[in-house]
Design a protein around this ligand. Structure first.
Ligand SMILES: Cc1cc2nc3c(=O)[nH]c(=O)nc-3n(C[C@H](O)[C@H](O)[C@H](O)COP(=O)(O)OP(=O)(O)OC[C@H]3O[C@@H](n4cnc5c(N)ncnc54)[C@H](O)[C@@H]3O)c2cc1C
Length: 665
């Protein structure tokens, strides 16, 4: 992200209160009729300019229009927009609450409340950059398979075949390109506070998260976890439980996945966005024509603000033969081996006997662990010598050891993926493939498998938007370039989510959208760098993190790290889940939490306590005084607070405390 170059914004609350106290409100007459407690549009414009809230009358009208859209005031007969003219306006009683078409109330303050606050420093660690390769576009009809009742229900929600684009309005407050999490939240939030919004999606509403990311992967993981618990008798025998004859039906696992995904989809549906939230939904490929216009399906959409939320695509690594085989598989050519990405793996209906994953980050590991548990002979390939490059090495090792113990093979010293080809043999219904790999020590190895997941990084979707026409700068690796307020190089055009950040998570896309709503429509000053970002890899054990790593803090000063092992936590012992720990970093001399990692059961849930504390600037020492119910794993966090407090007792303080106790004898 480039440095901040946007003018400092003005708080909408400040504007409203300055405006309300300065504009002259009194009864006004027009054509023998008296209008109670009104102000005049042109006088209001005078106020906004004289008070230096804006620099010219044109901007004053824009600000007035936002306030009118927010329901702060309205034209006396509700016939006019806000204009620099002799028109009468009245303040609305109890303004600020909008009712959407489905009757739910949306308060503008929900969205224009600051999302970030000023802290001394950003608590975001450096993230590995994505790599640049050409984007691979998929044809919609090829994407979802099988086209059973569940996938058809999904398509009815997120890409209805009979969808008719609306007729473009003369001008939109906000045009959103892409309807993944970032786009959906921007569109819903903007429409919820009264803006005229268009949202364009070329593929499936819901984007990666719903269709080929978080949702299906977690459905897969839950089945794998349940099966592993019974087949490996994980802790069960000791409890006196024996489960015999447990079997897995992979086809049913995948059907459940498709059913649950379709069940969840209504939230992201075209119908809901169009009818209930009042968003103009276009299904087509968006391209910029200029700085204020986007084209979709032959219609030109003019906007005051635009948000690019085009996400990212899986990257194909440089292996001789992979591209041809990959394309053949996705064109459903006879005998093509199953080379899948996150966009096609959830289409599988039969368990591949031998499964491989290129990529040892969250996506590769979550899916590889599940496939091993279902019974595939699984190998994970990687280059760095270890898994989870950005997490602490000992944490990564705990997970790797667990996965190895379950049967996953790791080949992490790959120097070069040399070639991939089909062997001509089949294994069940899977055409077999052969990959030749050169290892770091110079050894060459050949592997045979039946399905290959490519999860080796993501490429931002920036190539086919004609960004140049809108003067939006971008980089093929980093994506759309935005400043700290998420505005691009082109004024009024913003970007959110995977297309512009290295923190490629659904919740980050969501919060970026909240920042954009505030900064673009309400003169907010929220900064992305101030977001405190947690994340979790949903393997077993889970690995969760928030804020800085030890090495980031060490650059600023001496780090004090406290760690509580789950082996010492009563609940973890009783659950038989003693592997892992809570590790929390503070800067020496303070109990301010700067970062934390948790490895263990429920790490993803536990990290939220620390994220909340960091957001509220609540120190680890103070967490020690917060009652946590016994017995819970969260007590490990409180115990870490106790440990920090204990370690902070200097010899002098200890001596004084001893003296005090002596007096009590
Ligand atoms: C397997 C997997 C598991 C994951 N699990 C998790 C998890 O557990 N938790 C988590 O936080 N994150 C997870 N993620 C990451 C998460 O899915 C993404 O960070 C999130 O979906 C990003 O949202 P987005 O809105 O930026 O982009 P996307 O969801 O990718 O949406 C972008 C949309 O823009 C559309 N688009 C692109 N170009 C155009 C155009 N020119 N015109 C019109 N439309 C266009 C695309 O079709 C797409 O629908 C996972 C990802 C994967 C792949």
């Amino acid at each position: 992200m480039s440095s901040d170059s946007v003018d400092s914004g003005i708080e909408i609350d400040e504007i409203v209160s300055a405006f309300k106290t300065s504009v002259v409100v009194r009864d006004r007459k027009h054509m023998l009729k008296t209008y109670k407690k009104c102000f005049v549009g042109s006088e209001a414009v005078d106020v906004l300019v004289k008070k230096d809230i804006v620099s010219n009358r044109k901007d004053a009208v824009a600000v007035g229009q936002v306030m009118l859209a927010e329901g702060i005031f309205h034209h006396v007969l509700r016939e006019h927009q806000f204009e620099d003219a002799k028109l009468f306006y009245q303040f609305t009683e109890g303004h600020g609450e909008k009712v959407t078409k489905d009757g739910s109330k949306v308060s503008w303050s929900d969205f224009i409340r600051p999302v970030t606050k000023e802290t001394d420093d950003s608590l975001q660690p450096a993230m590995p950059a994505s790599a640049a390769t050409p984007e691979i576009d998929f044809n919609i009809s090829e994407q979802l398979a099988p086209l059973d009742e569940h996938n058809l229900r999904l398509l009815d929600s997120v890409h209805p075949s009979a969808w008719q684009d609306p007729k473009a309005k003369p001008k939109y407050h906000m045009v959103v390109i892409g309807a993944g999490t970032g786009g959906l939240v921007t569109a819903a939030g903007s429409a919820g506070v009264g803006a005229r919004v268009a949202m364009i999606e070329k593929n499936l509403l819901g984007g990666d998260c719903l269709n080929y990311g978080c949702v299906p992967s977690k459905a897969l993981i839950s089945a794998a976890k349940a099966y592993y618990a019974v087949t490996n008798q994980k802790g069960l025998t000791e409890m006196g439980i024996t489960v015999e004859g447990a079997t897995i039906d992979f086809g049913k696992v995948m059907e459940r996945l498709r059913r649950l995904r379709a069940d969840i989809a209504h939230n992201d549906s075209a119908e809901r966005f169009a009818s209930k939230l009042g968003v103009d939904v276009y299904l087509g490929h968006a391209k910029f024509l200029d700085k204020n216009t986007v084209e979709v399906n032959g219609q030109k959409l003019t906007f005051a603000r635009c948000t690019i939320a085009t996400g990212g695509s899986p990257r194909l690594p440089d292996v001789s033969g992979i591209k041809e085989l990959f394309e053949a598989y996705h064109k459903k050519e006879e005998g093509a081996p199953a080379i899948v990405t996150n966009e096609s793996i959830f289409n599988l209906t039969e368990l591949p006997p031998r499964f491989a994953a290129i990529g040892n980050g969250a996506i590769g590991l979550e899916i590889a662990q599940s496939m091993t548990r279902f019974g595939s002979e699984t190998t994970v390939f990687g280059r760095g010598g270890r898994i989870m490059g950005k997490e602490d090495a000992d944490i990564a090792k705990i997970l790797q050891d667990q996965m190895s113990s379950e049967g996953t093979n790791f080949e992490l010293g790959v120097e070069k993926y040399v070639s991939l080809k089909k062997t001509g043999r089949t294994n069940g219904s899977y055409p077999e493939m052969e990959m030749q790999v050169l290892l770091k020590g110079g050894e060459s190895k050949t592997f045979l498998f039946d399905a290959l997941l490519v999860a080796a990084g993501r490429t931002p979707n920036v190539g086919s938007l004609d960004l140049e026409k809108a003067a939006v700068k971008y980089d093929k690796k980093e994506g759309v370039i935005v400043n700290d307020r998420l505005e691009t190089s082109s004024k009024g055009i913003f970007a959110v989510g995977d297309c512009c950040t290295a923190y490629k998570f659904t919740h980050v896309a969501d919060f970026m959208a909240r920042i954009v709503i505030r900064n673009s429509l309400f003169f907010g000053k929220d900064k992305f760098s101030k977001l405190i970002i947690p994340w979790c890899t949903y393997t077993e054990p889970e690995v969760a993190h928030v804020g800085l790593y030890e090495q980031d803090i060490a650059k600023k000063g001496q780090v004090v790290t406290v760690q509580k092992d789950f082996a010492d936590n009563d609940r973890a012992i009783l659950e038989g889940e003693t592997e892992g720990f809570v590790r929390i970093h503070t800067l020496k001399g303070s109990d301010k939490i700067l970062g934390a990692s948790i490895v263990g059961a429920n790490a993803g849930n536990l990290i939220s306590e620390l994220t909340l504390a960091m957001n509220a600037d609540y120190g680890l020492g103070s967490i020690a005084s917060v009652i946590h119910p016994y017995p819970t794993q969260a007590e490990a966090i409180r115990a870490a607070g106790d440990l920090l407090n204990k370690n902070r007792l200097t010899p002098t303080v200890r001596a004084v405390l001893r003296q005090v106790l002596k007096f009590q004898n």
